[in-house]
Write a protein that binds this ligand. Structure first.
Ligand code: A2P
Length: 278
């Protein structure tokens, strides 16, 4: 065995001991993709026994001075996918993301054993249209929910909005605009039942501005040919995921429209979760 291989194997057994002690999985990174200087995605192998509901989050992390340093991350993958994908910002002095961004294929990551969260269709009463409204990395759980066949059984129409500062931050855009339609399972199913609606706040774009402003002004309803600029509490269900301020603004607006927040124990007409921030 080469010197490097021996060091790697020693390093792996140390991490594995720590994972076992803390009741965590230790999983291999199999893919890393950098979207911009501040955004990246990565995939890890999925343990056979790891089950989750599409839209949930899980703790992931690294070894920090002989202790696992863990943060909550929404799972981008739908619950049927073989690997687990995550979408992250890079915070230069963020304790975890400043290190996570340097990970490469073959490295290992701690993975928690208890996925949880409220951005799941179980926390919503049945309805006709599902709106998933996100900013920044708040897109992550929606990529999971969107690719779960149950979502399509539960709703006739699905709208996914993503608001970012600059156009280049529209991660997954080509997947949502094109590639998803060539997907074996979803291509046909999505057809004209799915709308991807990106908005950009700090540079020119065809749909400019905060999604909250576009909803209030009626621009969103006009673009989507909706009959009302208000959500309908009888038929519309909304999932919200973004910064604290965004979540607060969205939930006030939804409550003004007569929608009620739901949870796993009491399903409602909208659900909210804060996006991971670094
Ligand atoms: P803005 O550029 O007008 O602040 P951030 O990078 O700060 O998390 O923001 C991501 C996106 O979410 C930005 O486009 C930002 O718009 C938007 N945003 C931030 N706060 C709110 C809010 N309270 N309501 C609606 N959109 C928001």
């Amino acid at each position: 065995m080469s010197q490097r291989k021996m060091e790697e194997s020693l390093q792996y057994s140390k991490l594995k001991d720590m994972a076992d002690e803390k009741k965590l999985f230790l999983e291999k990174i199999i893919w890393v993709h950098h979207w911009t200087d501040s955004l990246f995605s990565f995939r890890i192998e999925r343990p056979n026994s790891f089950r989750f509901r599409s839209g949930e989050f899980i703790m992931i992390g690294l070894n920090d001075n002989k202790k696992p340093l863990l943060r909550a991350y929404s799972i981008v993958s739908p619950n049927w996918e073989e690997h687990l994908e995550f979408f992250s910002i890079k915070v230069p002095d963020g304790p975890l993301t400043s290190r996570l961004q340097h990970l490469k294929e073959g490295d290992h990551l701690f993975l928690g054993k208890k996925p949880t969260g409220t951005l799941v269709t179980d926390a919503l009463k049945s309805g006709k249209r599902l709106f998933m409204v996100g900013t920044g990395t708040g897109l992550a759980p929606f990529l999971s929910v969107l690719r779960d066949p149950e979502t399509h059984e539960k709703f006739d129409e699905i709208v996914l909005t993503h608001t970012v500062r600059e156009e280049k931050e529209l991660a997954y855009r080509s997947f949502l605009e094109k590639e998803i339609y060539s997907d074996e399972i979803f291509g046909e199913l999505l057809g004209n039942r799915f709308t991807y609606y990106p908005t950009v706040t700090r540079s020119e774009f065809r749909t400019e501005g905060r999604i909250t402003d576009r909803i209030r002004s009626g621009a969103f309803a006009k673009d989507l040919k909706l009959t009302s600029k208000k959500f309908n509490p009888q038929t519309d269900r909304v999932m919200v995921c973004g910064s604290m301020a965004f979540n607060k603004d969205m939930s006030s607006m939804l409550e003004e429209h007569g929608l009620k927040e739901g949870s796993n124990s009491t399903p409602g007409s909208f659900v909210i979760e804060r996006a991971f921030v670094g």
